[in-house]
Design a binder for this molecule. Structure first.
Ligand code: GLC
Length: 634
């Protein structure tokens, strides 16, 4: 026996080393894209806009290697692509700006150039399949400095105005297209049953019919009419998000976000599916699966919901994407999570980080048969269809000339109209509102009065928003009021209502409310006004004859024990950049027309509130869904 085998420990080390070496080579091989074949001719049918979309899909699919198909199913967050050439060599089909990931500088041309550089890499790949770049246009193209910040969806829900919602969506899509981004993660069809949830404001309403109407309008505005799509809309979060149970969150930092939705066939058929039926009928291009579990089954793994109900019963022919890291959240290995979610019907995986590991796992899953080739081909067909319908092959890049539409006066006018129509008048003793713009003496106070960051909320440049008056191009509510009154009106402002003059004012307006928050970070056991705000209101009451409270909040707040001390109460939701829209209704330039899009509980003991308005403890809500005092124009 050779000398080196004479030693016992070498007999173990050497074979182990060989096995590990082979394994390492194997993994490296699996994580590396294969050598590329030759490029197809310029007149290949899939390259020709004169070919039908079906012909283009089948021609392209037939040319694709397994790696190229897998690449189309990857959705990668832009900060995770460290070498822009990887987009071509891994055939990455989609990227996103998640959690506020933005270019430096964060300007419209900064976005155009960033997305353009990614796109040019994708176009240099063998097949030249354009990249689909997505962003959270939650209330306008709201990641971008200078974009029009529309009211958050709960305010749009209060307008109940489908035509207006369609125009807001169209304006948002125009601003996105100008930066070369042709995919948005809106509209949100969640149905908040428990307003302690930190994402209540992202939804239109808790009424399935209204959610469907406004969601379909949003899809029409975003995608345009007919089979083509200007910007691909994404209905989210499928399914039953908003109805999770308090305390059931799968995320240790949260209470209800990412929690458990109790399933029931009645709720499925009568509440949760109808809004999706409406947007599927409107031709929505994609659907995002939620970060919740449906009676214990993680939504991304639920084949009955995704393939059965959405693709089967509703006939959804677009593509299904998973949410942030969702496919890996609840599986022992990433491989297992991918197999479960892809086989459940997920077509594109918001990884959002490791595209090399994704390639390795997916190759293995197809080679072992854990994921059938037919499932891969179905997913890729759906993705390619959306890219062809969105005209990406013909118009993969935008140009600087389009950037002027961002923050345009036309869009600001639409936003101002949306703000005015979203405000809900909840109390108005002696018809105090609307005020006369010629009134003599007015005092303004409150944490949200001169605070465009607070009136815009989260998903505004930064994922979780920024409190304070920092947003260029926006108008605070205070500024809107100053612009609305006559030159003879005395307007005093102090954030804490600490006015020096002992002289009383006719009217005081306290503009108060919530600091920005996003997702589970906004889960709150008792959503209420901060002590600072309550003290400000008290000081204002001590120095003014009448007091109006304007709430800037993402949800109803617990005010039942305070409201009797206020002469008037207005819910302004999160109006965005156009503070003047608030002044328009306060001074009668526009009437109050808004109605509550969801019930306003008197206490958290009433939560959750069922779709027909029944509270958990059987007591009466403070204001029912649909409540709102209307006024006339002055
Ligand atoms: C988040 C949200 C989803 C958003 C996505 C991309 O986790 O759940 O609404 O579209 O990630 O930012």
């Amino acid at each position: 026996m050779p000398i080196y085998f004479q030693t016992r420990w070498l007999r173990v080390i050497v074979p182990t080393f060989v096995v590990l070496l082979v394994l390492a080579i194997g993994i490296a091989y699996l994580r590396t894209p294969q050598a590329t074949l030759e490029k197809p001719p310029q007149d290949a049918p899939y390259r020709l806009s004169s070919s039908s979309i079906d012909v283009r899909i089948e021609d392209l699919l037939a040319r694709m290697t397994l790696d190229e198909k897998i690449g189309q199913m990857a959705l990668v967050e832009k900060n995770s692509v460290h070498d822009v050439d990887d987009i071509a060599s891994y055939g990455i089909g989609a990227m996103l700006s998640g959690m506020g990931a933005k270019p430096e500088p964060n300007t419209p041309s900064g976005w155009l150039n960033m997305v353009g550089s990614f796109q040019r890499s994708a176009l240099s790949s063998r097949l030249g399949i354009p990249l689909l770049y997505g962003a959270d246009a939650i209330h306008g193209h709201s990641n971008v400095f200078g974009a029009t910040m529309f009211p958050h969806m709960i305010g749009l829900g209060a307008t109940r105005d489908a035509d207006l919602v369609e125009r807001v969506a169209r304006a948002t899509a125009e601003e996105m297209e100008a930066t070369g981004i042709y995919w948005t993660y809106s509209p949100n069809l969640d149905l908040p049953r428990d307003i302690r949830w930190g994402r209540t404001y992202e939804a239109f309403t808790d009424d399935p019919t209204l959610a469907g109407e406004l969601g379909a309008a949003y899809v029409r505005g975003t995608q345009g009419s007919g089979s083509s799509m200007n910007v691909i809309a994404t209905a989210k979060h499928y399914l039953g998000i908003g109805a999770m149970q308090w305390g059931s969150s799968s995320n240790k930092n949260f209470k209800i976000d990412q929690g458990r939705t109790p399933s029931s066939t009645a709720a499925l058929q009568e509440e949760y599916l109808p809004p999706y039926r409406a947007v599927v009928d409107a031709g929505v291009g994609s659907v995002m699966i939620g970060l919740n579990s449906w009676d214990g089954t993680w939504a991304s793994y639920d084949k009955n919901l995704i393939t059965g109900s959405l693709k089967g019963d509703l006939g959804f022919s677009g593509f299904v994407i998973s949410d942030w890291y969702a496919v890996y959240e609840h599986s022992f290995t990433q491989y297992e999570g991918l197999v479960k979610s892809i086989n459940a019907g997920v077509d594109m995986v918001m990884l959002p980080f490791d595209y090399k590991g994704f390639l390795m796992n997916m190759r293995l899953a197809v080679k072992t048969g854990d994921i059938p080739q037919a499932r891969i081909d179905d997913a890729v067909r759906r993705i390619l269809r959306a890219k062809f319908q969105a005209g990406l092959f013909e118009r993969p890049l935008a140009s600087e000339s389009e950037l002027s539409v961002i923050g345009s006066s036309e869009h600001h006018a639409i936003a101002r109209e949306a703000v005015s129509k979203s405000l809900v008048l909840l109390k108005n003793d002696q018809d105090l509102l609307p005020l006369s713009p010629k009134m003599n003496h007015l005092r303004i106070a409150g944490s949200a009065a001169d605070n465009v960051g607070r009136q815009s909320g989260a998903w505004t440049v930064e994922w979780r928003g920024i409190d304070g008056n920092w947003l260029e191009g926006g108008t605070s509510i205070l500024q809107g009021i100053k612009n609305a009154v006559s030159s003879s009106t005395t307007v005093e402002y102090d954030r804490e209502a600490k006015f020096v003059s002992a002289k009383r004012a006719n009217v005081g307006i306290a503009i108060v409310g919530e600091k920005p928050y996003a997702e589970g970070w906004g889960d709150d056991a008792n959503p209420s006004l901060a002590k600072e705000d309550l003290e400000t209101i008290d000081r204002l009451r001590a120095s003014c004859d009448r007091v109006i409270v304007v709430l800037v909040s993402g949800r109803p707040l617990m005010i039942a024990d305070k409201i009797n001390d206020w002469d008037a109460l207005v819910e302004a939701w999160l109006p965005g950049s156009e503070g003047e829209g608030v002044a328009d209704v306060l001074f009668g330039k526009q009437p109050f027309v808004g109605k509550l899009p969801l019930p306003w509980p008197a206490s958290v003991k009433q939560l959750p509130i069922s779709v027909d308005g029944k509270t958990k403890d059987g007591t009466k809500v403070l204001f029912p869904r649909g409540f709102g005092i209307h006024t006339e124009k002055r």
